[in-house]
Design a protein around this ligand. Structure first.
Ligand code: PEP
Ligand code: MG
Length: 883
C-alpha cells in the first residue's frame, strides 16, 4: 500500500483528490496543484496510515519511512532547498487534515526544519536576520506546545518579560538580537520542562510532528467535536507536509483567508481578511485585527487600513481569478487560505466553506440560477437541520434596544440569555434549562462544549474568521465577535463596556446579523418565508414523494404548519387541548369521577369545548386530512397536585376533597407510561371516546356546512396492542358517527386507524389492519417499549451510550433503524398484506429528523408528521431522501 502522495511541481501520485484517503486539506491541495494553481510542493500521509498507526499500537511500518524520505526529496527538488542544510535550509509546515474539516480541532506546526545552524542559513538566504530568529522562536514555541505538550504559558511569560525589560509594547519592536536572546531562553525552558534539549535533528523534528498530528486525532477536544458532529473515530486524519512560504517577509508579504462568497449572507461577493507581514496563524488566532480583502467591504465598514484590493492590486487580481477558477472547479463556495511571499501568491488551502443556513440557501439557489449546479443539486446542498436557524424569530426591528456596543456580525440569529464567563459554567447552567450567552475574550477549542450549550456567543477579540465565528456558524449559534470595547474581568466576574458594568448572570441580547450587543432582553419577530427559502422549497417539493404533515393541536400551530407547507395534521394530541387552565378542572373531574354518571357530567362540560376546538382546526386545515388521536394521557399528568387544585376540582364536581384524594391515590400508578393510558382508557371508560367522537363529527359537519369544504377526519386510537382493542374502539367511533350523521342528516368521509407504538402491535399488524384503515407509527413509545428505555428518564444515561458507541445517536432523536426500524418495516409489510392500500405514516419526534425521514422513504411510508417548525426541514429531508 502507498501511504504517501506527493503534489506540486508537476508531480502527481494519482491521489485524484480523494478526500477519504488524503483528508480534505490534502485532497484539495492535490486538486489545486493538478489544475495548475500555485501550491507549494509537498506530500500527504494518508488517513489509512493514521488508522494503521492506531491499530498497530503507535508504530509506523518501515515502508512509510522510505516514502516520507521520497516526499521530502520531492520538496527539495522543486524548491532547490535541502532539509537540514546549513546554507539553504528547507522549512516545512506539518498540518492535520481529516475527511471533514474540524476547525481548530487539530494541530499545526510551522517553520519545521529550523535549528541552531539552519537559522543562520535562513538569515543568510533571506537577508533578514530578524525574520530568521523570529521564525525560530515561533517554531520552538509551537513545537513545544503541540508536539512536546509543554505549558505554553512559560514561553509567553518569557516573551512578556523580554518586552517589558526593553520597554517595548509590541512584538514587532523586538530586534534580531532580542529574538536571539529569547531563543536561548526558550531552549532553556524546554530543557527544564522536558528534561531534554530541544531537538536539533530536523528528521526527529519531522517525525515528532507527524506523531503529534496522529496523536491529536484522539485528543479530548477532537473527540468532543466528533461526537457533536457525528464523525466516526475510524476515519483518522491525514498529515500534510508542505514547503513553507512566508507571509512575514516584509511589506510585500501577507497572509489571509477568504471566502468566494459571503459566508454569513451568501451574497455573491468575495469576502475575506488579510494581514500584511504576518504568518497564517496570526489571522485565525484573532491576535491582530485583520484588514478587509476588498475595497467595498472596507468602505462599508468605514475602516481605515487599506484593503488588499487597494494595497496589492496586482496580487489581488490574481487571487480573484483563482477564486473564479476554484468555484467553477469545485462548483461550490470555497474557503481559502493564501500567503503572499514577496509579491508571489501561494494557495495553502481550499475547501467548501462553512456557511450560515441563510447563506447556504442563497448560495444554492444562486448557483442553480447561474447554471453552475442543477436544481436537484441545490436541494441536496442545503442541510435540512440547518434550516432551523432560518425558521426561528429574529429581533423585532421596532422593539426598543439598549445598545451597549457593536462587534462583528459573526453568525446570524438573535439570542438573549444570562452572561456567563466560562464554558464549564455555561454548560452547567444550560443543563438546568437556563438560557446563557457565553462571553469570552476569544474562544478556543477548549470552549466547544460551552459554545454548544450557550444560546449565543460574544467575544471581545477576533475577526469574522476567528475560531468563535467559524465554530458558531457551524453550530448555528448566533455570535458577535471582536466587540473591541468589551472588557472582561474574570476575577470580579463582570464585563465592562464603555463605562457600564454588567455582572455574570445579567441578561444581554446579541444580534448576530448586525453585531449589536444589548442590555436586557429584546422582543423578536417571526421569520420571512418567501424569497430563496420559498424557491428552494418549491424545488424540493418537485422531487419529494413523501407527504409532510404536522403534529399540531391548536389553531395557531395549525396555521403555522400550513404556512410552512404542511399537507395535513398527522397528530392532534387531544389531551394537550385540555392543558388549558380553564379546562383542566373539568378534565380532572372526569378522571377522578367515581362512576359513569359522574364521568358523563364532566364529559358534558368538555363536549362543546372540544367541538369548537376541532371546528377551528378543521377550518384552518380545510380540505386536508386531520388525524385526531383520542385521549392518551398518562393519568399522572392530569391529577391535581396541591391543596388548592383539589379544592377547585372538589367544588366543580360537588364532592369532598377527601373523596377526591382517596380517588387520586387509587389512581396513582407506579409506572404511568405503561399504565392506564391510551385505548386502555377507552376500554374502561367508553364514554370518554364517545364524547370525543361526537365532538369530531359534529365539528366536521359544522365546518362542511359553513365553508362548503368538508374536512377529512382520521380518528386514531392510541396504544393499541391487540386487534381486539381496536375492534372495540372502532365500533364506538362508527356507532357515534352514524348517530351524529342521522341526527344532522348529513355525512362526511372519515377513517379509523391506529397508532403502532407497541412491539406487539407491530408484530400483529396483519390482524390489526383488518380493522385499522391507517397506521401511524408512534416512534416515541415504540422506541421506549422496544428498547425498554424510559423516554422520560433516558437523558441521564443515554449520552454515555452515545459516547461509547452503543447507539450512534440518541434513539429518541434519530430512529434506531436497526432495531425499532425493523419492527416498523415488518409492521408495514404485514399491514399491507392485509390491506393493500393502508395509509402509513410516522408521527413520533423522528418524523422531523432527516436521517429517520430517509428511512421512511426507503420503506415507502406515505407521510411523515413533524412539529410545525420542523415541517420545512421534513420537506427538504424528504426531497433529499428521494434524490
Ligand atoms: C409516540 O408515541 O410516538 C407518539 C407520537 O405519541 P406520544 O408522544 O403522544 O406518546
Ligand atoms: Mg405515544
Amino acid at each position: 500500500t502507498r501511504y504517501v502522495y506527493r503534489f506540486g511541481g508537476g508531480v502527481d501520485d494519482g491521489g485524484k483528490g480523494d478526500k477519504n484517503l488524503l483528508g480534505g486539506k490534502g485532497a484539495n491541495l492535490d486538486g489545486m496543484a493538478a489544475i495548475g494553481l500555485p501550491v507549494p510542493p509537498g506530500f500527504t500521509i494518508t488517513t489509512e496510515m493514521c488508522t494503521r498507526y492506531y491499530n498497530d499500537g503507535g508504530v509506523y511500518p518501515e515502508s512509510v519511512k522510505a516514502e516520507v524520505a521520497q516526499g521530502i526529496a520531492h520538496i527539495e527538488q522543486v524548491t532547490g532547498k535541502t532539509f537540514g542544510n546549513i546554507a539553504d535550509p528547507l522549512l516545512v509546515s506539518v498540518r492535520s487534515g481529516a475527511r471533514i474539516s474540524m476547525p481548530g480541532m487539530m494541530d499545526t506546526v510551522l517553520n519545521l526544519g529550523l535549528n541552531d545552524q539552519t537559522v543562520e542559513g535562513l538569515a543568510q538566504t533571506s537577508g533578514d536576520e530578524r525574520f530568521a530568529w523570529d521564525s525560530y522562536r515561533r517554531f520552538i514555541q509551537m513545537y513545544s506546545d503541540v508536539v512536546l505538550e509543554l505549558d505554553h504559558g512559560a514561553f509567553e511569560e518569557a516573551l512578556d518579560i523580554a518586552k517589558e525589560d526593553r520597554g517595548y509594547d509590541l512584538d514587532t519592536e523586538m530586534t534580531a538580537a532580542d529574538w536571539k536572546v529569547l531563543v536561548a531562553e526558550y531552549k532553556a525552558i524546554v530543557e527544564k520542562l522536558w528534561n531534554k534539549p530541544f531537538p536539533q535533528d530536523v528528521h526527529d523534528q519531522l517525525w515528532g510532528a507527524i506523531g503529534a498530528v496522529f496523536g491529536s486525532w484522539q485528543s479530548d477536544r477532537a473527540k468532543v467535536y466528533r461526537r457533536l458532529n457525528s464523525i466516526p473515530g475510524e476515519w483518522g486524519t491525514a498529515v500534510n507536509v508542505q514547503a513553507m512560504v512566508f507571509g512575514n517577509m516584509g511589506e510585500t508579504s501577507a497572509t489571509g483567508v477568504a471566502f468566494t462568497r459571503d459566508p454569513a449572507t451568501g451574497e455573491n461577493a468575495y469576502y475575506g481578511e488579510y494581514l500584511i507581514n504576518a504568518q497564517g496563524e496570526d489571522v485565525v488566532a484573532g491576535i491582530r485585527t485583520p484588514q478587509y480583502l476588498t475595497k467595498a467591504a472596507r468602505e462599508r465598514a468605514g475602516a481605515k487600513p487599506l484593503s488588499m484590493e487597494e494595497a496589492m492590486p496586482e496580487t489581488y487580481a490574481e487571487l480573484a481569478s483563482v477564486f473564479e477558477i476554484l468555484e467553477k472547479h469545485y462548483r461550490d463556495m470555497q474557503d481559502i487560505e493564501f500567503t503572499v511571499q514577496q509579491g508571489k501568491l501561494w494557495m495553502l488551502q481550499t475547501r467548501s466553506g462553512k456557511r450560515t443556513a441563510k447563506a447556504a440557501l442563497k448560495i444554492a439557489v444562486d448557483m442553480a440560477r447561474e447554471g453552475l449546479i442543477s436544481e436537484e443539486e441545490a436541494v441536496a446542498r442545503v442541510d435540512p437541520a440547518a434550516l432551523d436557524q432560518l425558521l426561528h424569530p429574529t429581533l423585532d426591528p421596532k422593539a426598543p434596544r439598549d445598545v451597549l456596543t457593536k462587534g462583528l456580525p459573526a453568525s446570524p440569529g438573535a439570542a438573549s440569555g444570562a452572561i456567563v464567563l466560562d464554558a464549564d459554567t455555561a454548560e452547567k447552567l444550560a443543563e438546568q434549562g437556563k438560557a446563557v450567552i457565553l462571553v469570552r475574550v476569544e474562544t478556543s477549542p477548549e470552549d466547544i462544549h460551552g459554545m454548544h450549550a450557550a444560546r449565543g456567543i460574544l467575544t471581545a477579540r477576533g475577526g469574522m474568521t476567528s475560531h468563535a465565528a467559524v465554530v458558531a456558524r457551524g453550530m448555528g449559534r448566533p455570535c458577535v465577535s471582536g466587540a473591541g470595547s468589551l472588557q472582561i474581568d474574570n476575577v470580579a466576574r463582570t464585563m465592562r463596556i464603555d463605562g457600564r458594568v454588567l455582572k455574570e448572570g445579567d441578561t444581554v441580547t446579541i444580534d448576530g446579523a448586525t453585531g449589536e450587543v444589548m442590555a436586557g432582553e429584546v422582543a423578536t419577530v417571526q421569520p420571512e418565508l418567501a424569497g430563496d427559502f420559498g424557491t428552494l422549497m418549491e424545488w424540493a417539493d418537485k422531487v419529494r414523494r413523501l407527504k409532510v404533515r404536522a403534529n399540531a393541536e391548536t389553531p395557531l400551530d395549525c396555521r403555522t404548519a400550513r404556512e410552512f407547507g404542511a399537507e395535513g395534521v398527522g397528530l392532534c394530541r387531544t389531551e394537550h387541548m385540555f392543558f388549558d387552565a380553564a379546562r383542566i378542572t373539568a378534565v380532572r373531574e372526569m378522571i377522578l369521577a367515581e362512576g359513569e354518571a359522574e364521568r358523563r357530567t364532566a364529559l358534558a362540560k368538555l363536549l362543546p369545548e372540544q367541538r369548537d376546538d376541532f371546528a377551528e382546526i378543521f377550518t384552518v386545515m380545510a380540505g386536508l386530512p386531520v388525524t385526531i388521536r383520542l385521549l392518551d394521557p398518562p393519568l399522572h399528568e392530569f391529577l391535581p397536585h396541591g391543596e388548592g387544585e383539589f379544592e377547585e376540582v372538589a367544588r366543580a364536581a360537588n364532592v369532598s376533597v377527601d373523596t377526591l384524594k382517596r380517588r387520586a391515590s387509587e389512581l396513582h400508578e407506579v409506572n404511568p407510561m405503561l399504565g392506564h393510558r391510551g385505548c386502555r382508557l377507552g376500554v374502561t371508560y367508553p364514554e370518554i371516546y364517545e364524547m370525543q367522537a361526537r365532538a369530531i363529527f359534529e365539528a366536521a359537519l359544522l365546518v362542511k356546512e359553513n365553508t362548503g369544504e368538508a374536512p377529512i377526519p382520521e380518528v386514531m386510537i392510541p396504544l393499541v396492542a391487540t386487534a381486539k382493542e381496536l375492534d372495540l374502539m372502532k365500533a364506538i367511533v362508527d356507532r357515534v358517527a352514524a348517530e351524529v350523521f342521522s341526527e344532522r342528516g348529513a355525512t362526511v368521509d372519515y377513517l379509523v386507524g391506529t397508532m403502532i407504538e407497541l412491539p406487539r402491535a407491530a408484530l400483529k399488524a396483519g390482524e390489526i389492519a383488518q380493522t385499522g384503515e391507517f397506521f401511524s407509527f408512534g416512534t416515541n413509545d415504540l422506541t421506549q417499549t422496544t428498547i425498554g428505555i424510559s423516554r422520560d428518564d433516558a437523558g441521564k444515561f443515554l449520552t454515555h451510550y452515545v459516547d461509547k458507541g452503543i447507539f450512534a445517536r440518541d434513539p429518541f432523536v434519530s430512529l434506531d433503524v436497526d432495531g425499532v426500524g425493523e419492527l416498523i418495516e415488518l409492521a408495514a409489510e404485514r399491514g399491507r398484506k392485509t390491506r393493500a392500500d393502508i395509509k402509513l405514516g410516522i408521527c413520533g419526534e423522528h418524523g422531523g429528523d432527516p436521517a429517520s425521514i430517509a428511512f421512511c422513504e426507503k420503506i415507502g411510508l406515505d407521510y411523515v408528521s413533524a412539529s410545525p417548525y420542523r415541517v420545512p426541514i421534513a420537506r427538504l429531508a424528504a426531497a433529499q431522501a428521494a434524490l
